[in-house]
Design a protein around this ligand. Sequence first.
Ligand code: PLP
Length: 388
Amino acid sequence: MKNETKAIRIQTERTNEMEHSTPLFLTSSFCFDNAEDMRAAFADETDDNIYSRFSNPSVQEFIDKMVALEGAEAGYATASGMSAVFGSFMALLKQGDRLLSCNAVFGSTHTVIAKYLPKYGIEYGYLGANATEAEWEAAITPNTKMIYLETPTNPGLDVLDLEMIGRLAKKHQIILNVDNCFATPVNQRPIEFGADLVVHSATKWLDGQGRVLGGVVVGRKDLIHDIYLFCRSTGPALSPFNAWVLSKSLETLDVRMERHASNALFIAEQLENHAAIANLRYPFLASHPHASIAKKQMQNGGGIVCFELKGGLEAGRKFLDKLKMLSLTANLGDTRSIASHPASTTHAKLSEAERQAVNITPGLIRISVGLEHRDDILADILQALEGI
Ligand SMILES: *Cc1c(COP(=O)(O)O)cnc(C)c1O
């Protein structure tokens, strides 16, 4: 079966009720017929469900689909994207290990790496998004245990070379862990380039309708087993209800992402030379500094467009205030188009120098392009750009 079909047809076994749509197993625990069956399950001699912090059929269905879509061996689903990121670090890194990453990572991921990992004696190093192969290799120390990256990055849309970094990770036997949130597996499959683990915030495009939080990590079976053991004891399990919502969402992921990307490319092309815009970024535009890497590893440019307003911080705030249809909200990857201004919101706590280091300029606007008609999205942006 092709992935589009798997995302629709993978389903928990039909119950005696003969339901067509997938059932929701909203239960905290599972029953046993007798003491011996219960003993065997607790002794890990069977894989019967015990308790929904460990496993649940609705959660497993979502995991099974993500494993298939990413071409992975196994997976574990979590309550949010951040618990997938954190769980993958804490299960696999120990005191004295070093995590190598890129300074352009999601804000909360940066907080985990730079503030919390050092508390547990785990070192970290950052490279810039334009670092060369030689620079990456030079940054690998003997205690470097994991390379963690995000591509395209949030919110700056830098694209990192998965093939190059995958090759280095293999050569030095380092775990490569990739946040594939922005591309989704229908657009980019990091495992094909040598990633050992792929993490997702399912909250974004995987849900795609702004309803639930969720996360998932998929990849090598041995690594996922360690993550599972860590998570089943520490408790960031995905709610069965959220898993059910997310599994239904995956049925439409492929068609949704195709339209998000074609709408985004249209918006990017129409705005690229606008008088109020200094610098527009979209991975599949020839003007993007990493366009050739994007074309090598992605099927399309994704659903996010970002640009710099010539008027800086004040213009950014004015632009948001003038929008009539686009939502001002902290999420992305929704059917509804969303505008955000990182310098005054998500990245307001960073210093000017820290913002500059990760390409967050005062007038940077990020648009998560939705599924409304492309003419309506463009019209709202154009009227908001007038006179700012
Ligand atoms: C939102 C996001 C996360 C965190 O996910 P949550 O579900 O909000 O915890 C991680 N990585 C990227 C790239 C994101 O956009």
